[in-house]
Design a protein around this ligand. Sequence first.
Ligand code: WT7
Length: 652
Amino acid sequence: MVAEDFKSVLREKRVFRPSKSFSRHSDIKSHAEYKKIYNYSVKNPEKFWAEKALQLDWFKKWKKVLVKKGDFYKWFAGGKINIAYNCLDRHIKAGNGNKIALIWESEDGKTREYTYSELLKEVSRFSNVLKSNGLRKKDRVCIYMPMIPELAIAMLSCARAGIIHSVVFGGFSSDSLRDRILDCRAKLVITSDGSYRNGKIIPLKQNADMAAEKCGFVKKVIVVKRCGNKVKMKKGRDLWWHQQMSKKGIKDEFPAVSMEAENPLFILYTSGTTGKPKGVLHTQAGYLLFVYQTFRWVFDIKDDDVYWCTADIGWITGHSYIVYGPLSCGATSLMYEGSPIYPRPNRFWKIVDRHKVTIFYTAPTAIRALMKEGNKWPNSCSLKSLRLLGTVGEPINPEAWIWYYNLIGKKRCPIVDTWWQTETGGILITPLPGATPLKPGSATFPFPGIVAAVLKENGKRAKPDEGGELVIRKPWPGMLSTVWRNDKRYKETYFGKFRHIYLAGDTARYDKDGYFWIMGRSDDVIKVSGHRIGSAEVESHIVSHKAVAESAVVPIPDPIKGQAIYAFVVLKKGVERNDKLRQEIINHVANHMGHIAKPEKMQFVDDLPKTRSGKIMRRVLKAIAEGKEDVGNITTLADPSVVDKLKEGRVK
Ligand code: WT7
């Protein structure tokens, strides 16, 4: 959130109610009804979730809804299920095979559509391709692809065959891809020759090659031909997707593998406070139920809706609310390949009109960026198909909320501001669009079954507007099952601060009406355009540059991105400070980590502010980077005089 907006959030008093006609057609029609369901759900959580789980198609019913072992939870133990079966076969059996499952629009304006029956065929074929290449249940596959239908197909094919997928965002560098392949020991990588961004081709295959080279256990690389650019194909390792799909003996039937409810479905890497990204592990049944139920209620999905989430599938938002949530509900999900402003800033609104999108889900950073382009862009489109809007990824400032509400939703569409995380699998705090009176900037109330609270350092509940750590007191089906091959890190990160209570890592408050307001991360995670960047990771990349001795990075407010990265860098002895070197180090980070992690500003310094025990005081650095005169208490600093020097050299 942008600093100036923070005050306006505290002042925010406006309330927006859903229209009568919207509520009338919703599953949950009033706040009173929500409260009734909510109270029931938290009094009888296992009963509540078991009732909901009956909506899914099970190969074998579960024996126990919830099995608890310390801070580890197994949902629907003893049950057998397959998420891809629930996303595809189930709807076809119900007679909806001809309904459009996926609409894809390419950056250059072409459209491809898949009905549920067509998608099932493609998915089954590719499951056979995976099998024919030696992949078996519980093997890992890394997917490093642009936003093309083959990405969704690859994920569903893995899920169908019981193979664990790990999607790596196409904007990440080859180093980041390599680290992830190494951590999960993927046998196979799926990529494409390139991807389009703002009309240019980004060489994904080249990055995948550099990463795979260093991982001898990667036996095969399957390449989708997307851009037609020339790529090197390594003999014996690299295979073309289209050739594999039309290979002799590859059938378009593949029986979905019956999976134990708690078997792994996917690993998705995300940044935390320290060290390397964590492999967040989600399982088949609990995750499926949670994305199914949240998608139904939060997006109020109807049979004829055209739903569009603008996220990249490389992030959890795309996993849960482009692929698994919408498809498990039998909805029509739109996928767009490219940039929001290509070729012009009205691209999003044109897509809405062209495909008659009814539900639109995006990030505050996109709203702010499009808002800056001026009202003429949305005003030149009709947008009349829209009936519901959503946001995710970071706090939305009331100004952007109001613009979204007025200019895009034309004051008729509720906005669901959905708070959740990679770890939570799905949405935890959110309005229900036909029920919840909205306050701009607030994610409002917990979803049924979710017990959210704000705690003070001493573990006591914070008072209204007091603020503290956001926690979830009770397990829920979509929660991560562990950190991949690192149970210790799971316990320490999420259950280390308050006993048996899930720590979100966000600061939040609730107001006198019980509305939750998320204020931002309480740890060293920086949210750049809603993307989660670990400061430790950025620092390790800065320090890997040969001229650098030490570094610390902190967030600064950014009017569009929400937050940007400000880096303090101590150079090695004798190295000359100049702008060329500064640019070189910035590019070094971009090349090794990806563009989203690029420091916006970099200040060369002699020393970092450290305590006598050698701990860097980030709080002080943050205040300096933000240009604050008062940096707070510095009596514990080993050398308080560094503060003035740091202030002097601040990069504006
Ligand atoms: C962090 C999780 C949830 C999918 C995308 C991000 C921030 C997320 C909101 C919101 C305020 C939000 C939090 C959270 N966040 N949604 N509606 N309001 N902050 O997933 O990359 O795991 O990041 O995003 O800080 O902890 P993620």
